[in-house]
Write a protein that binds this ligand. Structure first.
Ligand code: FMN
Ligand code: SF4
Ligand code: SF4
Length: 260
C-alpha cells in the first residue's frame, strides 16, 4: 500500500496529491491519503510499502507545521518520495526546501528514492494572470503522469539544491516568524455568521470562537485558507494586505469544476 500525506492551504497541493492518488489507483495500487494537520494523531507508516509526502513551498522553504508533523511520524524504513508544489517550480529559489525535508525524513528511516517539483498557480501577492494560471494547470496532468511512471519504474531522482537557493532559504526563518503573526492582521466583518468553517479547516488549529467572536492565535502558517475560503468573505487582512490576492484564489474556478 502507498501512503500519501499532504499539506495544503489553498488547494493546489491537495489537487496534486489527489491526482497522484487517482493515477496510482488506476495502476492497481492501494492508496491511503491523509491531510497534514497539527490536530492529527501520530502518523503511522505501518502496512505501507511506499510513502509520498507533498508540501507547498513557502518562502523557499516548507511551512513550519510540515516539519512539526514529520517529527511525529513513527520511524520506519520505507521507500519515500518528496513532491514539492510551488508557483515557481524547479527554480533555484525553491531547490533548497527539499534539502531540509530530506534530512529530517532520513532520520525517520525514510529511504528517499524520488524527489520532484510540480508547478501550480501562485496563491498570494497579486496572483497570476488568468492566461498564465490556465496554461500552468494545462501542464499538470502531463507532469503527474511523469511522476507516477517514474515512481512505478523505480527511477531515482534527487533535486540538487543550488547555492542561491540555500542562501535564500535562510531568509525563511523570518517568514516563519512573520507567518505566526500574520493572522493577527485579520479583521472579521459583520457578515460573519460564526458558521465555524474557518475553525474546522485551519490546518494548525489557530482559530477559535471566544465570547462569540473569532479569535486568531499565534499558530498561523500563512496558508491563506481561511481568508479565501470563508463562505461569507468575512475575513480581511488589514496589516499585511499585500500578501493576499484581492479577489481571492479559487483553484476550482480555474479548473471549471467543483472540489471532488
Ligand atoms: C506565504 C507563501 C510563500 C510562498 N513562497 C513561495 C516560494 O518561495 N516559491 C514559490 O515558487 N512559490 C511560493 N508560494 C506559492 C505557493 O507555493 C504555491 O502557490 C502553492 O501551489 C500553494 O499550494 P497550496 O494551495 O497547496 O497551499 C508561496 C505562497 C505563500 C502563501
Ligand atoms: S468561516 Fe467566515 S463566516 Fe464562518 S466563522 Fe469563519 S469568519 Fe465567520
Ligand atoms: S489562521 Fe488562516 S491563514 Fe493562518 S494557518 Fe489558519 S487557515 Fe491558514
Amino acid at each position: 500500500m502507498i501512503k500519501i500525506a499532504y499539506f495544503s492551504g489553498t488547494g493546489n497541493t491537495e489537487y496534486v496529491a489527489k491526482f497522484l492518488a487517482k493515477k496510482f489507483e488506476e495502476q492497481g495500487e492501494n492508496i491511503e491519503i491523509s491531510k497534514i494537520e497539527l490536530k492529527n494523531e501520530k502518523f503511522s507508516l505501518e502496512n505501507a510499502n511506499m510513502f509520498l509526502i507533498l508540501s507547498p513551498v513557502h518562502s523557499f522553504d516548507i511551512p513550519w507545521p510540515v516539519y512539526k508533523w514529520i517529527k511525529n511520524i513513527e520511524s520506519k524504513e520505507i521507500k519515500t518520495s518528496i513532491i514539492l508544489v510551488s508557483a515557481g517550480g524547479y527554480i533555484p529559489e525553491n531547490s533548497a526546501a527539499i534539502r531540509k525535508i530530506r534530512t529530517i525524513l532520513k532520520k525517520k528511516g525514510c529511504n528517499i528514492v524520488y524527489e520532484d517539483m510540480v508547478k501550480m498557480p501562485l496563491n498570494c501577492f497579486s496572483g497570476m494572470k488568468n492566461g498564465e494560471t490556465k496554461s500552468i494547470l494545462n501542464e499538470v496532468p502531463k507532469k503527474i503522469e511523469e511522476v507516477v511512471v517514474n515512481i512505478k519504474n523505480n527511477v531515482k531522482k534527487e533535486i540538487k539544491p543550488l547555492t542561491k537557493g540555500i542562501i535564500l532559504s535562510k531568509i525563511s526563518i523570518f517568514e516563519k516568524i512573520f507567518s505566526r503573526l500574520f493572522a493577527k492582521g485579520y479583521v472579521i466583518s459583520e457578515s460573519c455568521n460564526l458558521c465555524n468553517w474557518c475553525v474546522e479547516n485551519c490546518p494548525t488549529g489557530n482559530i477559535t470562537i471566544k465570547n462569540g467572536k473569532i479569535h486568531f492565535d499565534l499558530k498561523c502558517t500563512l496558508c491563506l485558507k481561511c481568508i479565501y475560503g470563508c463562505p461569507k468573505k468575512a475575513i480581511s487582512q488589514k496589516i499585511f494586505p499585500f500578501m493576499v490576492i484581492k479577489n481571492g484564489y479559487d483553484l476550482y474556478r480555474f479548473l471549471g469544476k467543483n472540489a471532488d
